[in-house]
Design a protein around this ligand. Structure first.
Ligand code: 13P
Length: 253
């Protein structure tokens, strides 16, 4: 059985005062040790990673980061390396988010190199893929996500070092979500692809997150879909109460 993960992607949101949300999350999160309850992660903006990691140090909440440079160090003004995030206390890095792909023209090849940079520094990579609305309307969803998965994942991975997040671009921040059938179809195809490429043991153990307008109200339905092993949450991760509402989708009842 895969241990689920509920990860919050804060994107470019959060000042120091937002640490009160993390404190609230830490104080109210369920025991993540039990196999049914999900791991909980917050990926704040880079400025907050070290402070959050310190605050969450003896708690079940894991701190991650958003994006990294491909190199360890050097003359790259404004960039941050995976090693720097590891040093700051992060345990994972989101790479290939559709906002990076769109805003910064990131290719699958670059995303793959960033995943390798995360691995080089001992961090897991949360590799994001997902189709645009035009691609979905053109019936290309499966072809697009398969190509992104193939191109964005390095060959050398394990279920510890890679997490895949399927985030339909049109569902991000819009309040719209795909149907249960659509999510099941995409996640089923991604699972098959992971098994074909990395073998049954690894392919079946890699966590496949769904992301795009996940809220407390729809989390239970989305998280119960086959091959959905958790959520990557944007807007609803900014408030501890909302994220805890999503986490509680995993509690019985
Ligand atoms: P929303 O949950 O705000 O739709 O964002 C999803 C996302 O992009 C997480 O990476």
């Amino acid at each position: 059985m895969i241990k689920p993960l509920v990860a919050g992607n804060w994107k470019m949101n959060g000042l120091k005062a937002a640490s009160s949300e993390l404190t609230q999350l830490i104080q109210n999160c369920p025991d993540t040790e039990s196999p049914e309850s999900p791991d909980i992660m917050i990926c704040p903006p880079a400025t907050l990673v070290a402070g959050f990691a310190e605050l969450a140090a003896s708690s079940p909440v894991i701190i991650g980061a958003q994006d990294c440079h491909i190199h360890e160090k050097g003359a790259h003004t404004g960039d941050i390396s995976a090693e720097m995030f590891a040093d700051a206390g992060a345990r994972a890095i989101i790479v290939g988010h559709s906002e990076r792909r769109a805003d910064h023209g990131e290719s699958n090849e670059l995303v793959k190199t960033k995943a390798l940079a995360a691995h080089r520094s001992g961090l897991a990579a949360i590799v994001c893929i997902g189709e645009t609305e035009d691609q979905r309307n053109a019936g290309k969803t499966l072809a697009v996500v398969e190509e992104q998965l193939t191109g964005s994942l390095p060959d050398e991975i394990s279920d510890e070092t890679v997490i895949v997040a399927y985030e339909p671009v049109w569902a991000i921040g819009t309040g719209r979500t795909p149907t249960v059938e659509d999510v099941a179809e995409v996640h089923g195809v991604l699972r098959e692809q992971l098994i074909n490429r990395f073998g049954a043991e690894t392919g079946n153990a890699i966590r496949l997150l769904y992301g795009g307008s996940v809220k407390p109200e729809n989390a239970r339905e989305l998280m119960s879909i086959a091959n959905v092993d958790g959520a990557l949450v944007g807007g609803a991760s900014l408030k501890a109460g909302d994220l805890l509402g999503i986490v509680s989708a995993y509690s019985p009842g």
